[in-house]
Design a protein around this ligand. Structure first.
Ligand SMILES: C[S@@+](CC[C@H](N)C(=O)[O-])C[C@H]1O[C@@H](n2cnc3c(N)ncnc32)[C@H](O)[C@@H]1O
Length: 387
């Protein structure tokens, strides 16, 4: 079951759900999985009150089914009874009659009990689907109102979006302010599935034909393709990433699109290039991913209070290394699909850094911020940093 694989095996929901088709059954599965993961803490509180056993004493697969049914019953907006009845029969089938009886009892108790959301910060955090420390951290940086807006928008489903490659006439509805970013109905040739905030990063890099460019943390290669398209096949574009498996699959993905660039497996903090080699280095940094909550709702359950600081330390080291590699008149595009200050504004503070021009969103320190509450896109921080 998808919820179990996400919660216990470290799988990403968008990857597992991305393998499903787009029929009504698949749409229902997506709604149930995303709904349950977004509101897991709330659902577990309800189940704790409704169950005669502590949740950690319930067999994990059974607990997942109860979570999905609990979400559908109390927080879903579909036709609860059909889905919930199916869940109870699934429990009986998979876990035996006794478990079916237990599931039924829990269901009745969830149905009867009023959800009791505590007052104050704890209740607000529950409603926003985030741990209290996340709400506090964002409120300290942006104020209560914007923190709430970002987290509320992060609970909404993301539209299906793509970048339209040059010369492609495939349809799609243009996303305001980000050229070639489109909302699409289905996949089609020439449309590269990606979030508009990622398309914005490619535009911020603005490589020109004939330049020498490094994409330092490049897999799975979405932004590499955008750099390549802007360079019109002229110049040198090198893609690097630390992880061999990710490099292998990115290389195959780009080759399937007819794009051949040299791929290097390298830790960006010790990349095998001479200082001052590149006109541009794109550092699309590994990060906590808080900006991608709409498609990867489980991230909220994986982060701990030290995650942003830990990520920030690696990001600074990668940025220092990237700055070594650019020519004196070149620049590093620092991007991170997160919004914690430790991984964004703090990383570029005190450096020769500026926001990229011409994008929708808002200024944030020495950089620029896009987000579900600002631009209807994922959260993304972008800054142009000079050596
Ligand atoms: C945000 S993802 C990059 C997404 C990619 N730019 C794209 O648009 O498709 C961050 C990448 O950083 C890589 N990474 C993590 N640590 C790294 C390091 N020390 N050096 C280079 N790459 C690293 C990860 O393997 C991951 O592929």
């Amino acid at each position: 079951m998808i919820v179990g694989r996400v919660l216990r095996s470290g799988a990403y929901s968008n990857v597992l759900l991305g393998t499903l088709g787009s029929g009504p059954d698949e749409r229902l599965v997506r709604r149930l999985v995303y709904g349950t993961l977004r509101h897991l803490v709330r659902v577990d509180r309800m189940l704790e009150r409704a169950s005669s056993r502590p949740l950690d004493a319930i067999e994990p697969g059974l607990l997942d089914l109860l979570r999905v049914a609990g979400w559908e019953l109390r927080l879903g907006d579909g036709a609860p009874h059909a889905a919930v009845n199916e869940t109870v029969s699934a429990v009986a089938q998979a876990h035996g009659k006794r478990a079916g009886g237990f599931a039924n009892a829990v269901r009745r108790a969830v149905q009867r009990a009023e959800e009791q959301v505590p007052a104050g910060p704890e209740g607000r955090a529950l409603e926003l689907g985030a741990a209290p420390w996340i709400v506090e951290r964002l409120a300290a940086a942006w104020g209560d109102r914007e923190a709430g807006e970002f987290l509320a928008a992060s609970l909404q489903p993301a539209a299906r979006t793509a970048r339209r490659r040059p010369g492609v006439d495939a349809g799609g509805e243009q996303v305001p302010g980000i050229p070639d970013a489109v909302v699409v109905g289905t996949d089609a040739e020439g449309l590269v599935p990606m979030d508009p905030s990622s398309v914005a990063v490619g535009w911020a890099a603005a490589p020109e034909a004939g330049m020498t460019v490094l994409d330092m943390a490049a897999a799975p290669g979405g932004k590499t393709m955008h750099l390549y398209d802007q360079m019109e096949g002229e110049g040198i574009l090198v893609a690097a990433d630390r992880h061999q498996r990710r490099v292998d699959s990115a290389r195959r993905r780009l080759a399937a699109e007819g794009i051949s660039v040299p791929w290097v497996v390298a830790d960006g903090t010790r990349a095998p290039f001479a200082s001052g080699t590149f006109d541009r280095v794109l550092l699309d940094a590994p990060c906590s991913g808080l900006g991608t909550l709409r498609r990867r709702p489980e991230i909220r359950h994986r982060l701990v209070e030290t995650s942003p600081t830990r990520a920030g330390l690696l990001q600074r080291r990668l940025l220092d290394a990237a700055l070594e590699l650019v020519k004196p008149d070149g620049y590093v595009v620092y991007a991170a699909c997160t919004v914690f200050p430790e991984e964004t504004t703090d990383v570029v503070a005190g450096r020769r850094a500026d926001p990229p021009p011409g994008l929708p969103g808002r200024p944030a320190g020495n950089g620029w911020l896009l987000g579900p509450h600002l631009t209807g896109s994922d959260g993304m921080f972008i800054s142009l940093v000079r050596p």
